[in-house]
Design a protein around this ligand. Structure first.
Ligand code: NAG
Ligand code: NAG
Ligand code: NAG
Length: 353
């Protein structure tokens, strides 16, 4: 091959003033696809060039003064998704180079191979080929229903949009979906239902809590996920959740709590049992018990000299003494403290028949 080439060059050299190529086959200088910044000097014959240059056809530069021995870059650095192969024995002027994308990759043209030519400016012709992953259209690309950009940017979509299959929408913003969250791609490539929409959800302000505080900025509406914390005024007991959260459906995770009042112990002159301890009411702070506390009173047996117990619970400031409880008089309390109902012996189980 090399010998043949040398022979060819020799023939051209011998030819002298003769136009080296049939000028009819060389295009007029016309810059276009090859994106060349400059073309070598234009010529009609070798005489126009002088020195070592010859008047040769340089692609879209047309007949130009080039040095045929000049080479283009070779080997090329390995391309990510392509492989280059020289089609000519050398990489000098007018040599051809094939760039082939790796399987599954394509050039912007949609083809997977391109040919580049070594130009007079020592560059390979054309743009740097970039192979990108081909869309796996597959041999039997199933017809699909359209999913417009405004739908795919609003929803996360599960499932396939191919004919005969269904998709499930969820709002990307966490907003409430309005409409059908499922859709089916029909045979004629239309959706069975219109696409749903996403509506931002708010919770309405919850009811106020009497004797309580809201530990949050009061708003006219609350975003999903917003927490409201509650505290009760001193001596009030929180009954219910300390915190409620605005749920994705616009309701609160729970109704707001109550702040429950303490109860005054409705006994003065006999002891009661609070939290397992038998105490005089005046020994209890403020003579009050918290909401929910049980207070056990002592009642006198109607006929016998013994006592039995009855328990009442404090509920939000209300604590009734049991019906059997009789508050001792001041005289009884002062004169006969050991005979007070809370101080006498408890009845035997048999006494209470
Ligand atoms: C597509 O098919 C469905 C059900 O067969 C029909 O109701 C609908 O009108 C059709 N749409 C178009 C655009 O042909
Ligand atoms: C909101 O969602 C919660 C929890 O998922 C549920 O318990 C409640 O009933 C829903 N409220 C409404 C109004 O749908
Ligand atoms: C009060 O008594 C009720 C019923 O016996 C019981 O369920 C509750 O836990 C008691 N409360 C307290 C604070 O001990």
């Amino acid at each position: 091959m090399d010998c043949a080439l040398l022979l060819l060059f020799s023939l051209w050299a011998l030819a002298g003033t003769v136009t080296p190529q049939d000028s009819g086959s060389c295009p007029e200088r016309l810059l276009g696809d090859e994106r060349r910044r400059t073309c070598p000097r234009h010529c009609k014959t070798d005489k126009d060039c002088g020195g070592k240059r010859q008047c040769l056809c340089d692609g879209q530069c047309g007949l130009s003064c080039v040095a045929p021995g000049r080479t283009c870059p070779w080997p090329l650095p390995p391309g990510g998704n392509s492989e280059a192969r020289l089609l000519s024995p050398t990489h000098s002027f007018s040599a051809l180079l094939e760039v082939r994308c790796k399987p599954g990759f394509k050039l912007p043209s949609g083809l997977d191979v391109t040919i580049r030519r070594c130009q007079g400016d020592r560059q390979w012709s054309g743009d740097e080929p970039i192979c990108t992953e081909a869309q796996s259209a597959g041999p039997a690309a199933a017809p699909t229903c359209p999913l417009p950009e405004e739908v795919t940017s609003t929803f996360s979509i599960q499932g396939s949009s191919a004919v005969g299959t269904s998709i499930h929408y969820s709002c990307l913003s966490g907003a409430q979906i309005v409409g059908s969250s499922e859709n089916v791609c029909q045979d004629n490539q239309t959706w069975l239902y219109p696409h749903p929409t996403c509506e931002k959800v708010f919770c309405q302000p919850p009811e106020e809590v009497e004797q309580g505080y809201v530990v949050a900025v009061q708003k006219t509406e609350y975003e999903v996920g917003f927490d409201i914390h509650y505290l009760c005024k001193k001596s009030f007991l929180l009954d219910g959740p300390q915190k409620i959260t605005c749920l994705p459906n616009g309701s609160w995770s729970a109704p707001p709590p109550h702040c429950r009042a303490r109860c005054l112990i409705p006994a003065e002159r006999s002891r009661v049992v609070i939290g397992g301890v038998k105490r005089w009411p005046f020994d209890v702070t403020d003579a009050m018990v918290p909401h929910g506390e049980n207070v056990t009173f002592f009642c006198k047996h109607p006929r016998k000299q013994c006592s039995f117990t009855a328990t009442q619970a404090c509920f939000d400031g209300k604590l009734q003494p049991p019906a059997c409880y009789l508050e001792p008089t001041w005289l009884q309390y002062k004169l006969f403290p050991h005979r007070l109902v809370s101080e006498i012996e408890g009845c035997e189980p048999g006494d209470l028949e």
